[in-house]
Design a protein around this ligand. Sequence first.
Ligand code: CTP
Length: 412
Amino acid sequence: MQHVTQDLSGKHILLGLTGGIACYKSAELCRLFIKAGATVQVVMTEAAEQFITPVTMQALSGRPVYGSQWDAREPNAMPHINLSREADAIVLAPASADFIARLVQGRSDELLSLLCLARPADRVPLLLAPAMNREMWSHPATQRNLMQVAADGAHVLGVGSGWQACGETGDGRMLEPAQLLDDVTAFFQPKLLAGQHVLVTAGPTFEALDPIRGITNHSSGKMGFSIARAARDAGAEVTLVAGPVHLPTPRGVARIDVTSAAEMLDATLMAAPRATVFIATAAVADWRPAAHSAHKIKKDGSGQPPVLHFVENTDILLTVAQSARAQSGKLFCVGFAAESENLVEHAKAKRERKGIPLLVGNIGPLTFGQDDNALLLVDANGLRELPRAPKLALARELVTEIAARLPGWSAR
Ligand code: CTP
């Protein structure tokens, strides 16, 4: 079953639509906010209503849309005050070039700009998802205005690049709804790892026997990718060394794709000197074929299977944990253990064997490929269970646990 993480649960988002063809994406964005647990109040400018109807946005948000500062539904006749104060965030998507210019000037002659100006800036953040033609985007006036709204306290999200409705190609497209959901969700996460550089290994490795076949395992990479995303959302710079998996790169994460354990070791050792936290979630093959056949190993007609010889792969986690950086307390190492039985004993023993401050145990067959998992945290003080939950929710809890351990850890 696909789990939707209720990351926006309890949040009330004022979704403001301004004039632009990207309004068609705002319908999907509204749906995604609601699926993620938020309540959504839509406010549209007159120009936005040229592109999508308030009826569509009302049906998707389950609330009447506001469009006029003279809206008589508010008993005190002050929709700009009421709507801006009940919101946890105002998200303008799409934010047109003209509307951004209006924000810069503090204009307030229609409801949406009026409520942006009237918002209590210290507790109601303003997020902008710009959308416009590439020439409008790169125009110095727009870039100047974007710098000014950011200086005035707005949070400007990025833009996409590619084909535009006008037929031109370039920067300025509104980000896709799923990307905006990720960015808004990230915005709300506490920045527990600000200033940290987190290095994560994830997924399986593939140890080639010949150009056709190889040895791998069932790891999907989902837990590692969720941890990379959670660390990024918590404000860390994140490098993700990924074995062969079919997962999209979490936004803002630097990804290095590798295939074999040896490549994973090299990529990890390259990144480790800058890292302050290392989380080894990868299911690294313990063994690789001693010889790699340049051509496909063929049946020889004798009916005898080929004899394969293996050599042990270097333990990446152990190597990093024994590095001077980790030993001197500059790099906090977290290991994972995928077991099939006796989780507590194996996890405790593995933590000591690898010489790391924190080990996360899970039952392999119950997690590989799943969207949820249950974790057992083992450190010098004992055990803590994180009950079954979506992997992203567990990743956020793990990030909190790691952040709590960093300040007092070892030689720091
Ligand atoms: N690991 C690693 N490099 C390896 C093998 C494992 O970095 N060559 C890391 C994994 O990413 C994980 C931890 O070590 O964080 C546990 O790996 P596991 O293979 O379960 O542990 P082993 O020490 O090999 O123990 P066992 O085979 O007895 O389960």
